[in-house]
Design a protein around this ligand. Structure first.
Ligand code: OGA
Ligand code: MN
Length: 303
């Protein structure tokens, strides 16, 4: 029987006694149950190749696919795996000016995976192949608590609002502007509600992401200020769990009720090689922005 140890008071837990490559139905059910409460679980001591990781993830839902992303992202892996790594083709860390490294810098902003897609990510599973000695942690924020801890007047303001997300928002902020406008995966903009209800528990969550560009129906500055203020609120230290990597960790998080980001490390000196796979959340597909009307008082209150 697997054992579960909470890693912080509100969320995140470690599960021991499960081998992801040979997990039983009962093991999968145990993890599913734990995700409902903890939203982030760490399975230490795994030894899985890419196929085993994808097979394991597929037991939790349909896998997200990265085939339409730019070649910079695919990096020679199967279309349902992402190589989160600072190594170049030659197996050495790439320089700070390398486009691959710059793309990974986008992960340093608080985000939820694939919020720029019509069907965003549900579970992400990140496996530690080679990990850093210093820095390079992954941090998580509990977006259920982020909602619960808002003042009543903020709740009233935010409820019913929706944000437009794009895969270029965070990267534009980093200074990229040479996007391929003929690639719909790059130019697509989707609208997601800011407040959502988790079907399993009925709990509300705040759905924010560095991919969120502005609030639909609100002047851009007002919406951006609101998004920035909410992100600050959601990621206060008491609401954050920091995962320090060991090789062989498989970290699973629910993108519907957490945000995450990676922490700085010396990418010129250290090797950091992780592999990600995600399942999709069709129950939270993007909504049609036509017809969203924001009352004047909300526009004033956000500014
Ligand atoms: C990701 C991600 C964070 C990290 O792979 O989706 O955000 O610490 N990674 O590498
Ligand atoms: Mn991510």
């Amino acid at each position: 029987m697997p054992t579960l140890t909470p890693l912080s008071p509100a969320f995140a837990a470690r599960i021991e006694g499960i081998d992801a490559a040979r997990a039983s139905e009962a093991d999968v059910a145990f993890i599913r149950e734990a995700m409902k409460t903890h939203c982030v679980v760490v399975l230490p001591g795994q030894a899985i190749d890419g196929d085993e990781q994808a097979d394991f993830a597929a037991r939790f839902g349909e896998l997200d696919s990265y085939e339409k992303m730019s070649g910079d992202y695919a990096r020679g892996m199967r279309k349902d795996l992402l190589n989160v790594s600072n190594l170049g083709e030659d197996g050495k860390p790439v320089g700070s000016e390398d486009r691959r490294r710059l793309l990974d810098m986008g992960n340093r902003f608080w985000h939820t995976d694939a919020s720029f897609k019509h069907v965003p990510a549900h579970l992400s599973m990140l496996y530690g192949i080679t990990v850093t000695r210093d820095g390079g942690e992954t941090q998580f924020a509990d977006m259920r608590v982020a909602w619960d801890s808002l003042d009543d007047d903020r709740k009233e303001l935010v409820e019913g609002l929706a944000a437009e997300h794009s895969s270029t928002t965070a990267r534009r902020f980093l200074g990229f502007n040479d996007f391929r406008e003929d690639n719909p995966a790059v130019t697509n903009r989707v609208t997601h509600d800011l407040v959502r209800v988790l079907p399993e528990t009925g709990r509300k969550t705040l759905y924010l992401s560095s991919h969120a560009d502005h609030i639909v129906g609100m002047p851009v500055p007002n919406g951006r200020l609101l998004l920035s203020e909410l992100t600050e609120h959601a990621t206060r230290p008491e609401n954050v769990f920091t995962h320090v990597w060991s090789a062989g960790d498989l970290v699973i998080w629910d993108n519907r009720c957490t945000m995450h980001r990676s922490c700085r490390y010396r990418a010129d000196r250290e090797t950091r090689q992780l592999r990600r796979t995600s399942t999709v959340a069709p129950e939270f597909a993007a909504r049609d922005p036509a017809g969203i009307e924001v009352p004047a008082w909300k526009i004033e209150a956000a500014a």
